[in-house]
Design a protein around this ligand. Structure first.
Ligand code: NAP
Length: 302
């Protein structure tokens, strides 16, 4: 069968696109290798989505998934590995292929690693990229959070309620994240800011036993006695498999404007995976609507 719209990525952008696609009467398929929800699953509380005072990331994603599937969208859990342009377009996955009149790339972004030598060795053995998922394993222990954005601030706050002590390690003396978050952390007795500092080595035998950090101004090194390290230094895109049909910028994001169009007719993009300034839940949902309606117009014009 030929789907009207195949959406690669079932995070907030992809799921929103599915809602709009189905409501426009188009048969829609979502493809995601990890499951539905995307990065919002890692956010304990969403307090800035218009019209919803407070909701957990999981609840938000579940509600959106139910909305999309309730409208008739289908979902498969496979890794998309390529797209062949044409009519129909073909989306290849690791295990098969799907035909569609239009395709929306909503691949999101993945966690950026620190890139220090022992990081990979300790992933899952003390090094984590998700405080919401793994924080409970460090109840009563000492942990470090790396980063200065909203994710790091939120992670440090969540962990301060679980761990005995939290070091917040940031490479500058100013935070990129919101002041409100910084202020809340300053009231916590068990949170210590380690500013102007970068991680240089993760220490340990089988599991993490320490983090060596270097002060970027004085060059002085210090070892933090931690059993857990939460890396929260932002995201990076993962679009290389689609570079032949969608132009990528120098950092790997899909080059597209607010109209969500790519260089290939019938191929659209939505959410964190495209070039844009503000990557928020609201802008991901908005992109989903824009891309789906553009796809609907495209299909109707075929
Ligand atoms: P981010 O805003 O890009 O911040 C990344 C942080 O990591 C920055 O402070 C950066 O330092 C630091 N960093 C980057 N590379 C590093 C490296 N190699 N070594 C050490 N530090 C490094 O990422 P994010 O916090 O994940 O947030 C991503 C987006 O989601 C943002 O738009 C954010 O506002 C949004 N978000 C919103 C909420 C919310 O509204 N509730 C929650 C979470 C995230 P510099 O500051 O020096 O560049």
């Amino acid at each position: 069968m030929i789907y009207d719209i195949v959406i690669i990525g079932a995070g907030p952008a992809g799921l929103s696109a599915a809602v709009y696609g189905q409501r426009a009467g188009k048969k829609t398929l979502l493809i995601d290798v990890r499951g539905f929800g995307g990065q919002i699953l890692n956010t304990p509380e969403v307090e800035n989505y218009p019209g919803i005072k407070k909701v957990s990331g999981f609840e938000f994603a579940s509600g959106l998934y139910e909305q999309a599937s309730g409208q008739g969208a289908e979902i498969v859990y496979e890794k998309a590995v390529g797209i062949e342009a044409g009519n129909p377009m073909v989306v290849r996955t690791e295990t098969g292929s799907y035909e569609a009149r239009a395709v929306i790339l909503a691949t999101g972004a993945k966690n950026r690693p620190l890139g220090i030598p022992t990081e990979e060795k300790f992933a899952g053995a003390g090094v984590s990229y998700c405080a919401t998922c793994d924080g409970a394993f460090f109840r009563g222990r000492t942990v470090a959070v790396i980063g200065g954005g909203n994710t790091a601030l939120e992670d440090a706050e969540v962990l301060s309620g679980l761990a005995e002590k939290v070091y917040l390690v940031h490479r500058r003396d100013r935070f990129r994240g919101e002041q409100a978050g910084v202020k809340r952390l300053l009231t916590k007795d068990n949170v210590e800011f380690v500013l102007d500092s970068v991680p240089v080595e993760i220490l340990g035998e089988m599991t993490v036993s320490g983090l060596k950090v270097r002060d970027v101004k004085t060059e002085a090194e210090r070892i933090l006695d931690v059993q857990g390290i939460f890396v929260a230094i932002g995201q990076m895109p993962d679009n290389v498999d689609f570079a032949d049909v969608a132009e990528l910028d120098e950092t790997g994001y899909i080059a597209a404007g607010e109209d969500c169009l790519t260089k290939t007719p019938g191929l659209f993009t939505a959410g964190d995976c495209r070039t844009k300034k503000v990557r928020q839940l609201t802008t991901a949902a908005a992109d989903g609507a824009v891309a789906a309606l553009a796809a609907v117009d495209y299909i109707n014009g075929l």
